[in-house]
Write a protein of this length. Structure first.
Length: 211
C-alpha cells in the first residue's frame, strides 16, 4: 500500500498525496527542498530535501525500497482553542433572596409616625407630645421627626383657637374657627398618608417652637 504524504508550507497543510504526486510536483517546480513533508512512517515533519525517499523520478531499473514499519507519530499540532469558561452568578445575599423586607424597627417607627398624626385629630398636642418624648432619643428619628412636626402644628392650632375665641366677640371668630378646624383635619390626614410612605410632612404656616 502506497504511503500518503502531507505537505506543510508556511503553516498550511495540504494532502494527502502519493509519492508519484510529490515527484510530479517537484519536477514541475511546485515543491521546494525547504517544504515540510509528513507521512505515517516518519517520526516528525521532515524537509523535502531530507526525505529518505527519492522525490526525483527513479531510473528504469531502480525500484523504491519499502520503508520500515514505524509507529505513526502524533498528528500535527493544531492551534489551541480554550474551552469556554462558564461563570456562574454569585449567590445572592440572604436579604435579597427574602426580598427587600423592611426591618421590624423601621416598620414600627412608621406605624408610630402615622399614629402621631391620627392622634392629633382627636387629642390635639397630647398624642404627639407623648410619642415625641418616647422616641426623641432613638437612633432612628423618623417617628420623632413626625411627632415634632405634629406637636408644633398642634401648638400653632391651639394659638389660632385662642385667636378665634377672642374674635368671637365680633362674630368673625366663629367663621375662622371652622376654617382652622377643617385645615387641621386636612393637614393631619395628608401628614398621615405621607408618613405611611416614609416621608416627614412639613405642616404649612407652623410655629416650630419645639426643635
Amino acid at each position: 500500500m502506497d504511503a500518503s504524504y502531507h505537505i506543510n508550507r508556511d503553516g498550511q497543510s495540504f494532502g494527502p498525496y502519493a509519492l508519484h504526486d510529490l515527484q510530479e510536483f517537484y519536477k514541475g517546480g511546485r515543491l521546494l527542498d525547504a517544504d515540510l513533508v509528513w507521512a505515517e512512517h516518519l517520526t516528525e515533519w521532515t524537509s523535502l530535501g531530507h526525505l529518505p525517499e527519492r522525490v526525483a523520478a527513479p531510473a528504469a531499473n531502480e525500484t523504491l525500497a519499502e520503508p520500515a514499519a514505524i509507529a505513526p507519530p502524533p498528528p500535527p499540532p493544531r492551534a489551541f482553542s480554550p474551552a469556554p469558561v462558564v461563570v456562574s452568578a454569585p449567590p445572592r445575599h440572604a436579604a435579597e433572596q427574602r426580598g427587600n423586607a423592611e426591618p421590624a424597627s423601621a416598620s414600627t417607627d412608621k406605624t408610630l409616625a402615622v399614629m402621631v398624626h391620627v392622634l392629633s385629630i382627636f387629642f390635639s398636642w397630647v398624642g404627639p407630645l407623648v410619642i415625641y418624648l418616647i422616641k426623641k432619643g432613638d437612633a432612628d428619628t423618623f417617628a420623632a421627626d413626625n411627632a415634632r412636626e405634629a406637636l408644633n402644628f398642634q401648638i400653632t392650632i391651639c394659638i389660632l383657637y385662642l385667636v378665634c375665641a377672642v374674635l368671637a366677640f365680633v362674630l368673625i371668630g366663629f367663621f375662622l374657627l371652622w376654617i382652622v378646624m377643617l385645615s387641621n383635619l386636612i393637614c393631619c390626614i395628608i401628614a398621615a398618608v405621607k408618613a405611611s410612605n416614609g416621608v416627614v410632612y412639613k405642616y404649612p404656616l407652623t410655629l416650630r417652637l419645639v426643635r
